[in-house]
Design a protein around this ligand. Structure first.
Ligand code: CTP
Ligand code: MG
Length: 575
């Protein structure tokens, strides 16, 4: 593929740097992003390369995952008192070693995440901790890194202020967000402000990895060398506070996948009995782990084993963190799509902002839902945004085929017959210099899908072009790696029609709204919603069947324009 792309040098942003980076969008530099390794294979090479890049201030998804996993293993989750005195609490714990970081949060009670400098401190703390003996209840004697402190010496008396500052783990309520956005001066600022308010915080990311690590301790009873990694929106850069925690039980380290004959000639007689298919093995593994989580998992409630789904999973709520968790195994294609989404989010800062805004807009109008059904999913919506960005002129992000063509030998990845190869070295990706603003892009996104030929065409990020639909489903979005699958197979015509009608209405409203905050909105305590804030409010869309909607003006406006037209007619007559 001949197209060339130029990327600006990006890093994993903190909240402040997001704004700074976006302010530079209009003068997008033509330079390369540097190496960023995310290949699934050649892990040793990958580690060296990502260490190398980290020195340069960049982090690949692989490097982020490794660092966060290691952090999580040095951390404990402690249920504490709402009046726990921070200083006394830290002094009490630091008897076991230096504390690197900590924070408090509330979720059905007060909790603290404490990261020690060394793993030995966690072992020392656990050694001291005892399983409570409750007279009227029997307890499963399972030691975990979810602890509770009953030592009242770290708790202040009722009338004293505790001094601990809680970090919020849920996103800003929509009404508050609308007010916040209405105070912004431009639609571009509204979009970055929304992204800042909704993206996962540093603490929330840490908590997600810690929950995976706690789960790993349970799974390790069966598979001592397993790892549990988060995937999906928890790590792909598009996660909103409160999103579910998708986890992947990775046994690749012990299955000897890709190993033909060990040097020693020895094979372990495996705990697993032989099974008919890989799916059957996955189901067995998840069944026993699900049972363990249900019986022994501290804080894990409402465990459901959904083993007959296309992708078998164990679903449960982790009460201490407040996360809804989905544990899967052998789901390596989803890991690849997570890496791909992460890559797209990293190559241009506008990608994440647009995805967040569209996701938030869709949720506000009930286009997406946390309940499974015929709705469009966040994953489908994200792919739709990516496709739209590939269709800009010049394109903002490259096609997946282009990323595959740029791949080196170490990037080659074929999973269950699906080609999941794409470049891991970001320095090879050259971006076109497209200077469209976020406001333009948002408006164009709505226009694009308001008029998209959904009845004939399929959304395809591999080719970056509409393709003829291979099936009759109302919405066809090709799965990027399992290309025979439609990621939006669940979506019915009613839901698609609602999406299209809302795109029409939102495009119309944004076109009417000026780029900057209206003059008469300035200065008030609670400014009237304008721009992006308006399209997050309930919209009056016509019956879902009618694609062309005529907007009714307020009565005062109608009378004003009637008087205007009468005046004009009279003037014409007089001339
Ligand atoms: N996935 C996939 N194919 C699908 C659905 C999901 O490959 N048909 C992968 C994607 O990598 C997705 C991840 O599984 O990101 C998790 O799916 P899901 O939880 O549905 O989406 P998220 O992106 O995590 O979004 P949300 O915030 O709604 O959880
Ligand atoms: Mg998810």
């Amino acid at each position: 593929m001949a197209s060339s792309f130029v990327v600006c040098r990006l890093r994993m942003w903190g909240r402040g740097s997001l704004v700074r980076c976006l302010q530079k969008v209009d003068t997008f530099p033509r330079r390369s992003i540097g190496t960023n390794v995310v290949a699934a294979q050649a892990e040793a090479t990958r580690k060296d390369e990502s260490d190398e890049k980290e020195k340069d201030g960049q982090k690949s998804l692989y490097a982020v995952q490794t660092e966060r996993q290691e952090q999580a293993e040095r951390s404990v989750l402690i249920s504490c008192h709402s009046r726990t005195n921070e200083n006394k609490f830290l002094k009490y714990l630091s008897r076991h070693g230096d504390i690197k970081t900590h924070f408090f949060y509330e979720s059905y009670g007060m909790y603290a995440v404490v990261e020690f400098a060394n793993r030995e401190s966690v072992a020392s703390l656990l050694e001291e901790a005892a399983i409570p003996s409750v007279s009227h209840e029997s307890m499963v004697p399972f030691k975990s890194r979810l602890l509770s402190v009953s030592d009242l010496s770290s708790v202040d008396s009722a009338n004293q202020k505790s001094g601990q500052k809680c970090r919020p783990q849920t996103s800003t309520p929509i009404n508050e967000l609308i007010q916040r956005l209405s105070r912004e001066e431009s639609i571009d600022r509204q979009i970055t402000s929304l992204t800042e308010a909704y993206q996962l915080t540093e603490e929330n990311s840490r908590l997600r990895f810690l929950v995976c690590s706690l789960l790993k301790d349970i799974a390790a009873a069966y598979f001592p060398e397993c790892t549990i990694k988060p995937f999906g929106s928890s790590v792909n850069g598009f996660g909103k506070l409160g999103c579910d925690l998708d986890m992947f039980l990775d046994l690749d380290g012990i299955t000897g996948r890709n190993v033909k004959m060990p040097k020693s000639g020895l094979f372990l007689e495996y705990q697993m009995k032989r099974a008919n298919s890989e799916r059957a093995v996955t189901q067995s593994i998840l069944s026993v782990i699900g049972e363990c989580v249900d019986q022994f998992g501290p804080g894990c409630v409402g465990v459901q084993k959904i083993l007959n789904a296309r992708c078998p999973l164990v679903r449960f709520a982790h009460q201490p963190s407040g996360f809804q968790c989905d544990l899967t195994a052998n789901n390596r294609v989803a890991m690849k799509s997570t890496e791909l989404l992460y890559l797209y989010g990293e190559v241009d800062p506008r990608v994440r902002c647009l995805v967040f805004t569209v996701r938030c807009w869709a949720r506000a109008h009930g286009i997406t839902s946390s309940i499974p059904g015929a709705w469009i999913t966040n994953f489908s919506l994200t792919v739709m945004v990516l496709f739209f960005l590939q269709r800009r002129s010049p394109p903002i992000i490259p096609t997946l085929d282009h990323l595959r063509d740029l791949a080196g030998p170490a990037d080659k990845s074929v999973i269950e017959g699906n080609d999941c190869t794409f470049v891991s070295d970001f320095s090879k990706i050259q971006l076109h210099s497209n200077t469209e603003t976020l406001e333009q892009l948002l408006c164009e996104f709505f226009e694009f899908y308001a008029t998209f030929a959904f009845s004939r065409m399929s959304v395809n990020i591999r080719k970056g072009k509409e393709q003829n639909k291979p099936e009759v489903a109302p919405l066809h979005i090709q799965n990027p790696f399992e290309t025979s699958l439609n990621v939006s197979k669940n979506v019915n015509a009613t839901q698609l029609d609602r999406f299209v009608a809302l795109c029409q209405e939102s495009a119309w409203i944004l076109q009417q709204s000026g780029t900057n905050m209206p003059r008469d909105h300035r200065g008030g305590d609670t400014p009237a919603p304008w721009g992006l804030a308006t399209i997050l409010l309930p919209l009056q869309v016509a019956g879902v069947k009618s694609r062309k909607k005529k907007r009714r003006e307020p009565a005062s406006e109608r009378i004003k324009s009637l008087l205007e037209s009468l005046k004009n007619k009279n003037q014409q007559k007089m001339n």
